[in-house]
Ligand binder design. Structure first.
Ligand code: SAM
Length: 212
């Protein structure tokens, strides 16, 4: 089921500029409908963000693909995701053969997604907590991907990158953000690239937005 829709989504993402064949292959393999509430599954292969409950969303496939492409990671890379949400982004990284760590702050979302990972045999190491602090015990990471919008770049996340590692993070106000790619060239030397214009739910935590 949905195989044709997945293929059509891959074609659509190609026309929108996604070129990384490993990313496109994963989009063609991971069943997005599994990460979406039953009542709206028929929207699974539309290129749109969808509600997953608790005021949160599963990101738009184009955004997920673009951020994954920006990470520039290969099989066996060690990657940290901040904002597990539905689990779709983590499932793609896992499908691409990476060692995946993921942090979610909302306990209800965390518990649901943990169950789903178990059912689907998706082996992602998960933790419930404030992702703006990173996951120090497991650092360094070849890539860190933040799937919620932050007012600034949390220093801890930069610190937890390996040399040549990349942090992909939306930074801006609560309405729109610029996707920033921070590459750690040396211990205190970071290169920054910017890609406007995105819209994410807020990253809430010590080094993100304060809870409303
Ligand atoms: N990656 C997700 C997916 O594939 O469905 C999309 C995540 S949703 C756009 C953003 C998630 O970030 C929400 O589930 C939210 O609870 C979580 N979040 C917000 N602030 C966080 C923080 N400081 N640490 C960890 N998770 C956070």
């Amino acid at each position: 089921m949905y195989k044709t829709d997945r293929k059509l989504l891959v074609d659509e993402l190609k026309t929108k500029g996604i070129i990384d064949i490993n990313v496109l292959k994963a989009i063609g393999e991971v069943k997005r409908e599994k990460f979406i509430p039953e009542a709206i599954k028929h929207y699974a292969y539309k290129d749109v963000a969808l509600p997953i409950g608790f005021g949160q969303t599963i990101s738009q496939p184009y955004t997920v693909a673009f951020m994954t492409e920006l990470l520039s990671l290969k099989e066996k890379s060690k990657v940290l995701e901040i904002g597990t949400g539905s689990g779709y982004q983590a499932a793609l990284l896992f499908d691409m053969g990476m060692e995946v760590y993921s942090i979610e702050r909302n306990f209800d979302i965390f518990s649901e997604t943990l169950k789903l990972f178990d059912q689907l045999r998706i082996r992602v190491k998960c933790k419930c907590g404030d992702g703006t602090l990173g996951w120090k015990d497991k650092a360094p990471f070849d890539g860190i991907i933040v799937t919620a919008g932050s007012p600034s770049i949390p220093n801890e996340l930069k610190n937890q990158l390996s040399i040549n590692g990349k942090l992909v993070i939306p930074v801006g106000d609560k309405d729109t953000q610029i996707l920033k790619v921070i590459t750690k060239e040396e211990d205190d030397l970071f290169l920054e690239e910017n890609y406007p214009q995105f819209k994410f739910v807020p990253l809430i935590g010590r080094d993100g937005w304060k809870e409303a």
